[in-house]
Design a protein around this ligand. Structure first.
Ligand code: HEM
Length: 429
């Protein structure tokens, strides 16, 4: 059988089996096999109610227990999944005979020490409090510039939330303005593949995006070697202790990790605020409340719903035998609603005293490097939006992203409640 046809048949068979297991109530199959746009939180509750660690017939274990998730994220006896086990691993295989760098499998997000330590250290300086202060002004400026452009009714995601982080990361990496649109397209293509490629068409689209993105980065790296700036790519390009593939994977990781996550943080926060008049009034009256709103959004409806760890040796976890290397799905979004830690966990309550305990940015050595930047972007976006449009309200049905790892809106029509006032332009002849 030709390999494309064989791959397509295998994908179809796998999907059918997962759906059958989901129908039988298997917790892993429900998580990975059902409609990704549905509300997943009842399933997370079900996982926690079934036990601290739950076995799935999908060959994985799951936990939505806060204490256990936090413990495994910090335990050096557990690590991230090695390359080739993740869903988009096939992208490295073919693509015109040339091996492509797999931005997820090969970046330090999915590497264990000592490689993880070495690579993370190279980019960490851009994310220190000092590095962040340097970016505050850019973030505020970008928010205001995009708000200037929106009409009386606009798509909160496409016209605003998606534009802010892409501009911020592009600046950080030194990507020229003319390439921002393509840059955003590559980022989305790769993030969409995190859920697994569903058919050969999606696989080809992913290969095309990766091939274009790599060619672009090779050019950018060569350019920055000749004309260095104060951006991440310039700093990494002149190092002789960094391979070309590691440089590409690190750059791609920053785009993938920092783009759609932040888009969905902004979208999920606005969704929560518009659904809660009390929070909304407080935010309009006190822009400083934006930080608490962002923190509570991260807890209640986090953009990254789960991650995976594997034990480096066989373990017995809460009485359950888990062989070496078998994935344990840590449902971060479920842990964030664990009643053992959070009082009245399903309620949106910005400023709650236990709010900072959430695991939306993970924990341990892989704790999100961009957490401070994401918080800053999210709070600036809310301050800008509700400062300028206190009457902002939903203007149609929210369309959810068809993804499981990343949760948020794909389209979110809103209206500002004010007519667009065009400035009077005088022409001088
Ligand atoms: C709301 C926005 C964001 C969320 C919810 C988020 C969430 C996460 C999570 C859960 C992880 C760890 C995954 C694991 O432990 O397996 C992570 C890692 C990471 N994030 Fe974020 N992230 C966000 C924004 C950003 C931004 C803006 C950047 C940078 C521009 C960024 C860069 C990274 C990097 C580089 C890692 C890998 C860290 C490591 O492996 O050591 N993230 N993020």
């Amino acid at each position: 059988m030709p390999s494309a046809l064989k791959n397509a048949s295998l994908l179809l068979l796998a999907r059918t089996l997962v759906r059958a297991q989901a129908a039988l109530g298997d917790p892993g199959a429900r998580l990975f096999g059902l409609d990704p746009t549905r509300d997943p939180y009842p399933d997370y509750e079900r996982v926690r109610r079934r036990g601290t660690v739950v076995r799935s017939r999908m060959g994985v274990y799951l936990t939505a227990d806060h204490a256990l998730c936090r413990r495994l994220l910090r335990d050096p006896d557990y690590g991230v999944l090695p390359a080739s086990t993740l869903a988009i691993a096939d992208s490295t295989a073919e693509a015109g005979g040339r091996r492509l760098v797999n931005p997820v499998d090969e970046s330090f997000l999915v590497r264990n020490p000592p490689d993880h330590t070495r690579l993370r250290r190279l980019v960490a300086p851009w994310f220190t409090p000092r590095g962040l202060r340097a970016q505050q002004e850019t973030v505020e400026r970008v928010v205001e510039a995009y708000l200037d452009e929106v009409g009386p009714t606009f798509d909160l995601v496409g016209d605003f939330a998606a534009r802010v982080p892409i501009q911020v990361i592009a600046d950080l990496l030194g990507v020229p303005g003319a390439d921002h649109v393509a840059f955003a397209r590559w980022g989305s293509a790769i993030v969409n593949a995190l859920d697994g490629v569903r058919d050969m068409k999606e696989m080809r689209a992913l290969h095309d995006a990766l091939r274009e993105f790599e060619a672009f980065l090779d050019d950018l790296i060569a350019h920055r070697r000749r004309h260095p700036g104060d951006d991440v790519v310039s700093a990494l390009a002149i190092r002789d202790d960094l391979s070309r593939d590691d440089l590409i994977a690190t750059t791609e990781l920053l785009l993938v990790a920092g783009f759609e996550t932040t888009v969905n943080l902004i979208g999920n926060a606005v969704l929560a605020v518009l659904g809660d008049p009390e929070v909304r009034d407080r935010l309009v009256a006190d822009p400083a409340h934006a930080e608490a709103v962002i923190e509570e959004t991260l807890r209640l409806d986090p953009p990254v719903q789960y991650t995976v760890r594997v034990p480096f040796r066989p373990v017995v976890l809460e009485g359950v035998d888990i062989p070496r290397g078998v994935p344990i799905v840590l449902v971060l979004a479920g842990a964030n609603r664990d009643p053992a830690v959070f009082e009245d966990p399903h309620r949106f309550r910005p400023g709650r005293p236990d709010g900072h305990e959430h695991l939306a940015f993970s924990s341990g050595i892989h704790y999100c490097l961009g957490a401070g930047l994401a918080r800053m972007e999210g709070a600036a976006a809310l301050r800008g939006l509700f400062g300028r449009f206190p009457g902002l309200r939903a203007a149609g049905r929210v369309r959810r992203r068809p993804s499981r790892v990343i949760r948020g809106a794909a389209r979110f029509p809103v209206t500002t409640g004010v007519e667009k006032v065009h400035p009077i332009v005088e022409t001088i002849s």
